[in-house]
Design a protein around this ligand. Structure first.
Ligand SMILES: [Zn+2]
Length: 267
């Protein structure tokens, strides 16, 4: 079984064994650039409880990560945000304002500001990260073509601030490390020429010192040791991946997917 807390632990342990320093994205943006480092990024799209489990696990292993919370109720759980902060992790805003406001830039920037201030009551948030909003035709990052992140006291946005030719980017989107074809927006161009399917393949590469020295690893909150949840999530992700893929080519499927997503995700 992959994508369990056990396999996540093996990934962290192998990085520790190989001498990687764990830095938050905020630290990276403030100029902390060790020779070998891993930025652990968690986009808390849903199941906030699982984010806390990961946060405790990392804390017990003596490391820090960056947690990006959405404003929707499946992610924005104050009790959990406070606990993650108390474990010394970084908190950021996982924004989706342009998609929520159907491409209305004025409404989107106003809600971005309000939501950022909301999360700042828990932590002095200074980095943000876009949510992919795969069912929407609006790319949330486009907000920054009209507005300036620095005007909101934000010092970093992974998709805009990092050079992925230097920093290797790994994402578990679609429950696979090579699920790129299911990702609508969580895609980055790079010249590393490395792909992995399972976590154990990554561990092997780290152990063999073939893994890049600087990396950002995105792990969502679907990693679970609970067998029922693990099976449910794998089946759901299988169907969701295929619907996402189909919706790229079929407008009817895209409309139904968009309707389902808008109905499910509520603030
Ligand atoms: Zn997301």
């Amino acid at each position: 079984m992959d994508f369990t807390l056990k396999s996540y632990t093996s990934l962290i342990t192998s990085l520790q064994r190989a001498g990687y320093k764990f830095i938050t994205f905020e630290e990276y943006c403030r100029g902390v650039h060790p020779e070998k480092f891993a930025i652990l990024r968690h986009d808390v799209d849903e199941i906030a409880k699982n984010a806390l489990k990961m946060a405790i696990l990392e804390h017990n292993m003596g490391i820090k990560a960056s947690y990006y919370f959405r404003i929707v109720r499946q992610s924005n759980v104050p009790k959990i945000i406070k606990e993650v902060v108390s474990l010394k992790h970084e908190i950021g805003y996982h924004y989706e304002d342009l998609a929520f406001h159907n491409g209305d830039y004025d409404k989107a920037i106003a809600s971005f500001k309000t939501n950022l201030e909301y999360f700042r009551q828990y932590y002095p948030v200074c980095t943000v990260c876009m949510h992919g909003s795969s069912s929407s035709k609006y790319d949330n990052r486009l907000l920054w073509q009209q507005f300036n992140l620095a005007d909101f006291g934000v010092i970093g946005e992974p998709y805009l601030s990092l050079d992925f030719n230097k920093i290797y980017y790994l994402t578990d989107t679609g429950y696979a490390w090579d699920g790129g074809k299911y990702a609508i927006r969580d895609i980055v161009e790079n010249n590393h020429g490395l792909t992995f399917h399972t976590t154990s393949q990554i561990v092997e590469s780290i152990d063999a010192e073939k893994f890049p020295k600087q990396c950002m690893i995105l792990a969502h909150t679907l990693w679970s040791d609970n067998i029922c949840q693990w099976i449910f999530l794998h089946i759901r992700e299988f169907f969701r991946n295929n619907i996402k893929y189909l919706s790229l080519h079929n407008k009817f499927v895209a409309n139904i997917y968009n309707w389902a997503v808008n109905t499910y995700w509520r603030v």
